[in-house]
Every structure is written in C-alpha cells, then in structure tokens.
Design a protein around this ligand. Structure first.
Ligand code: COA
Length: 160
C-alpha cells in the first residue's frame, strides 16, 4: 500500500471547521486520506457514528477522501488499512500532553506508524466540539465554527 495514505482519526462529535481545515491541508500532502470516526469509549457522544460520518461526507466531497469508522485500537485500524501515517491536529499547548502520550503509546504499539501533527488554523485554534455543543445547547450561534450540515443538525437537537 502507498506511503501516501494517511489516517486522520477523531471523535468528530461533531466535525468543526477546524477539523475541515486539517482535512483540506492533509489532502495537499497525501494522495489519499481516510477520516476515521472513532467510537470513542472515553466520550458520550451527541451524534451517532453514522450521523457523524454523514456530516463529514456532506461537508467534504473529494474523491481522494474516504470517511470510515472504527472501534478498538486506532493503531490496529491503521495497520489494517495499510497506512503508515496518522494525522492529528494540535490546537494549543493544552493539547500537547495528551497528544504526546497518544503518539508515544501508538509508536510503542506500532513503530512503523508515524504520527504527524498539523497546527490548527489560527481561525479555529480555540474551537472544540464540546464547546460548540455547549454554546449551541444554551442557544448560542455556532454557525461560524461548523459546516452548515452540522449547524442544521445542532439546531434540530436544540429543539428536541
Ligand atoms: N479544530 C477544532 N477542534 C479540534 C481540532 C481542530 N483542528 N483538533 C482537535 N479538535 C478538538 C476536537 O473537537 C475535540 O474536542 P472535544 O474534546 O471537545 O470533543 C478534541 O479536540 C480532541 O478530539 P479528537 O481530535 O476528535 O480526538 P479525541 O481525543 O476525541 O479522539 C482518538 C482521539 C479517537 C484518536 C483516540 O481516543 C483513539 O485513538 N481512540 C481509539 C482507542 C485507542 O487506540 N486508544 C489508545 C490510544 S494510545
């Protein structure tokens, strides 16, 4: 399998413009990018994995991008896909320690897989999925931070 395949994993609950910026830039550097939506055991999601995948599909249409999901160990998924690069977005210093741990643990589990960090765009460095959900929950406008499909889905949840 080509070394130009990268996996960009995350919870994407929901996908934000910050994630979309990373995806667009990853597509500049790799021939094929797989966005892998995690069934993350650490988090209680607002949207199901299928909903999150549908949001991503509508937000980015590129023939070189695949939207998939996985459960279990990320590194096993990456190996199954024959990829050697995992992409992660770094926003602020606060992300560093957690990402440092993940990257090192993943490297111990699979030394052939490299984690590549991309700096989140300066427009979105303060945005997180939780913050978007919280602002939306209390009636705030999050349309500047998420793609239209997610904004609609969040508004629908607001009304329920
Ligand atoms: N723009 C905006 N927000 C961003 C961002 C960007 N570029 N990059 C990250 N974020 C935010 C996300 O919105 C998310 O916010 P939230 O915590 O409020 O939901 C947060 O940063 C981190 O999210 P994400 O990048 O989706 O990662 P995650 O921590 O939710 O998931 C996994 C990380 C899925 C990769 C990791 O848990 C994993 O590998 N799980 C599988 C099990 C496994 O292998 N465990 C062992 C790991 S060593």
């Amino acid at each position: 399998m080509s070394a130009r395949l990268a996996v960009y994993p995350g919870s994407f609950d929901p996908v934000t413009n910050g994630h979309l910026d990373i995806i667009a830039r990853a597509l500049h550097s790799f021939d094929h990018v797989v966005v892998a939506v995690a069934d993350n055991v650490r988090k209680t999601p607002l949207f199901s994995v299928e909903e999150r995948k549908a949001h991503l599909r509508e937000a980015v249409a590129d023939p070189r991008l695949e939207i998939d999901s996985f459960s279990g160990l990320l590194i096993e998924y990456v190996q199954r896909r024959g990829a050697t690069v995992v992409i992660r977005g770094l926003r602020a210093l606060a992300d560093f320690e957690y990402e440092f741990q993940l990257a090192h643990m993943n490297r111990r589990l699979a030394p052939e897989v490299e984690t590549l960090f991309m700096m989140t765009g300066e427009r979105d460095f303060f945005v997180s999925s939780s913050l978007v959900k919280e602002v939306n929950h209390f009636g705030g406008d999050v349309s500047a931070f998420v793609p239209p499909v997610v904004n609609r889905a969040l508004q629908a949840r607001q009304r329920t």
